[in-house]
Design a protein around this ligand. Structure first.
Ligand SMILES: [Zn+2]
Length: 203
């Protein structure tokens, strides 16, 4: 379990769904769950899930990063239109943002000095989790700091998605709920974010 400080994110009530929503039997004939995972994750992300086969539509992207409304025009690879099209074409009931503890993207931000040639937008985009951890936590080891950053990065991407009006509309209409997951690459154990506990807990 990874405990997080409460109050660092501003998620409104109803944003997060429960794990049982994903495990209950469903008759859906098309994917109803969007899983956003890191392109560097070594296994097919839905292999770690326990949902019914066929429920998952997978989007693998650098660091499982999703642009906020203000960032997305300039962020390479994903546009606002691309994000909106995903939601328009599929009636996703659930969105899982899935990070992983062995993430090379997050490990990169553990460096004391970030190389200057790295795209400045990407720096701002990716390092929010690092800033949150460094300002609010005192991790004892690099591994602990990295795990905190992976957890925070997942929550930051959910926050980013919630800056898009078409996403907020779906959440307010109770059409879509979010799930924050972190996978341990070595054990395939999955931790899910509990907003009540402000922690990532085994699921
Ligand atoms: Zn990764």
């Amino acid at each position: 379990m990874f405990r997080l400080k409460a109050g660092l994110h501003n998620f409104q009530e109803g944003v997060f769904g429960s794990t049982s929503d994903l495990t209950c039997p469903t008759n859906v004939r098309k994917p109803d769950t969007l899983m956003i995972a890191c392109s560097g994750q070594g296994t097919a992300p839905d292999n770690v899930s326990f949902g019914n086969p066929g429920r998952f539509s997978i989007l693998q992207h650098f660091g499982a990063s999703m642009p906020s409304k203000s960032e997305c025009k300039e962020h390479e690879g994903l546009s606002c239109d691309g994000v909106k099209t995903l939601f328009d074409r599929h009636d996703f009931r659930h969105v899982i943002v899935c990070g992983h503890l062995g993430c090379a993207v997050i490990r990169y931000w553990l460096q004391p000095v970030i190389e200057q040639h790295v795209n400045i937008l990407r720096q701002q985009f990716e390092k929010r989790a690092r800033d949150l951890v460094d300002k609010n936590y005192v991790p004892h080891t690099d591994a602990e700091r990295c795990a905190l950053m992976v957890c925070k990065h997942v929550l930051c991407q959910i926050e980013n998605l919630l800056t898009h009006p078409f996403v907020v509309e779906r959440v307010l209409a109770e059409k879509t709920s979010f799930h924050g997951w972190v996978v341990d690459d070595e054990t395939a154990r999955v931790l899910g974010y509990s907003s009540e506990k402000s922690a990532f807990v085994p699921i």
